[in-house]
Write a protein that binds this ligand. Structure first.
Ligand SMILES: Cc1cc2nc3c(=O)[nH]c(=O)nc-3n(C[C@H](O)[C@H](O)[C@H](O)COP(=O)(O)OP(=O)(O)OC[C@H]3O[C@@H](n4cnc5c(N)ncnc54)[C@H](O)[C@@H]3O)c2cc1C
Length: 451
């Protein structure tokens, strides 16, 4: 059992949460400023924490649920991602996104249940189109290597009986407006979100039995012993509770759990300023779209159009670095900016002169064997962490499943979710850092123009 645990200062993600910055102000929640009791505490208001709170409120009726969020809602990774909710296999450490068929069939079932859950939350919160859209996803290649990835992926989908549509260069030009892509694959069950608007909308739509406190980092956590309550201390208040769900992704290690088993990877993105009307016309294509690169180390691109006064903008994401310190350096940010400038120039020659208004990075948490850090860690303390880079879906799923496990709800989904192994032990430093960063640089180099 853990002793009284103190989380050290919470790491900040570099750069602003651009998807949040471009929106008109969203809801705000007061910090915790008293010593209180609750039936349940959820730590973290990302995809995992909000799904946990939402599912708990369905399962325990009027019991008091408190959510403690260290920063502002949608300021962290949940609000600063590319917004693809992907149902199909999508391991970042894979070479073609394809995995073993049986394992993939389980993952697809779980992922679709999570996307359905997100769709229900979006509908109940009356989120407008553009915030959550069940529009499918497009994966696209621009060179022979990426095209081969797509061909392998198609074979895998065929073997699994999944539906898909092959897209030609012309289809992709009509979709994006640009001549860059040569072959694509449309799969219908994924969703796209404006991540910050989605997270803000769900936070605002939580049941009345849930109270969310922003700017309330848990700085000390003392698990209760022999039936005593757990206590969670924040700078201006404290909560005592019999049951806690930790939904803090990689920061679960700051609570003393899963030591030596989690990888902290940063990825980076840049967003343009709002495009002028003549630039929008020169670009052409659909007003809202997204491209997942055929090579997993390639560049993800999104176009977003004028949601809540945000203007028409393009977003590019690429580059990954392992930072076991939980902090990305300014050198990491500079390298990412350089790669993103080049990726933008390669794809959007008609928009030369359009600058990036925002640049940022954010934390992912991965395990060596791509499994979640999930379960009851000690009596009444549950984990919904380690989303392996696909946290919009896997975080939602982990939150739902943690709520079911914690309330003793038996479901087929939970049984299936509990078949994952535990995260494997990592090699020691400095070999881990050297090895992982060298592998990612080599794979970025091999991605070529897909990057
Ligand atoms: C640039 C970028 C692009 C990405 N693109 C995608 C994508 O297209 N699709 C996808 O699925 N995923 C994507 N991701 C990954 C995705 O954002 C994460 O996997 C996801 O946010 C994880 O969700 P989560 O709720 O588990 O954790 P988080 O979103 O990290 O939420 C955890 C919350 O816990 C809070 N917290 C931590 N410690 C404490 C504490 N001590 N006290 C109180 N609160 C605390 C944090 O402030 C945070 O808000 C991307 C990430 C980045 C950075």
């Amino acid at each position: 059992m853990n002793q009284c645990l103190s989380t050290k200062a919470l790491p900040a993600d570099p750069g602003p949460s651009a998807w949040r910055e471009i929106l008109e102000p969203g809801p705000s929640f007061a910090p915790l400023q008293a010593d209180i009791d609750a039936d349940w505490v959820v730590v973290g208001a990302g995809f995992a924490g909000l799904a946990a709170a939402w599912r708990l409120s369905q399962l325990v009726n009027d019991e008091r649920i408190v959510v403690l969020e260290a920063g502002r809602v949608a300021e962290g990774p949940a609000g600063r991602n590319s917004g693809f909710m992907i149902d199909l296999p999508h391991e970042l450490n894979s070479t073609s996104y394809a995995g073993a068929t049986e394992k993939d069939a389980r993952d697809i079932r779980l992922h679709r249940a999570a996307i359905d859950f997100a769709a229900t939350m979006a509908a109940e919160c009356q989120l407008p189109s553009g915030v959550f859209d069940r529009c499918g996803k497009v994966t696209a290649a621009c060179a022979a290597r990426g095209e081969q990835h797509l061909v392998d992926y198609e074979k895998h989908l065929q073997a699994m009986g999944e539906t898909y549509e092959t897209l030609s260069a012309q289809d992709l030009k009509e979709y994006t407006g640009i001549d860059f892509y040569t072959r694509g694959l449309f799969t219908p069950h994924a969703a796209m979100v404006q991540p910050a608007a989605f997270i803000q909308g769900v936070a605002a739509g939580l049941a009345p039995s849930v109270t969310l406190y922003e700017c309330s980092p848990v700085t000390a956590f003392e698990p209760g012993r022999q039936g005593a309550r757990h206590s969670l201390t924040t700078p201006q208040g404290m909560v005592r509770t019999p049951r806690v769900i930790l939904a803090v992704n990689g920061l679960i290690q700051r609570f003393g759990y899963f030591p030596g088993r989690l990888l902290h990877v940063f990825t980076y993105a840049s967003m343009t300023r709002a495009l002028a009307p003549d630039e929008i016309e020169r670009l052409g294509g659909q007003p809202n779209w997204g491209i997942i690169p055929a090579d997993p180390m390639g560049t993800t691109v999104r176009r977003t159009s004028d949601l809540r006064g945000s203007g028409h903008r393009l977003v590019v994401r690429n580059h990954g670095t392992l930072n076991q310190s939980y902090e990305a350096s300014s050198a990491n940010m500079r390298r990412a900016a350089k790669l993103q400038d080049q990726a933008f120039k390669n794809r959007f020659p008609m928009l030369s002169g359009v600058e990036f208004e925002y640049r940022w990075g954010g934390r992912l948490c991965l395990s060596l064997n791509s499994v979640p850090a999930f379960g009851e860690l000690e009596p009444g303390v549950f984990s919904a962490c380690c989303q392996n880079g696909l946290g919009t879906v896997k975080g939602t799923l982990a939150g739902m499943m943690a709520a079911e496990l914690a309330t003793g709800t038996d479901s087929e989904l939970l049984q299936s979710y509990q078949t994952f192994d535990a995260p494997k032990k990592l090699p020691p430093e400095p070999f881990l850092g050297w090895g992982a960063n060298a592998t990612m640089r080599w794979r970025e180099y091999k991605a070529g123009i897909e990057l």
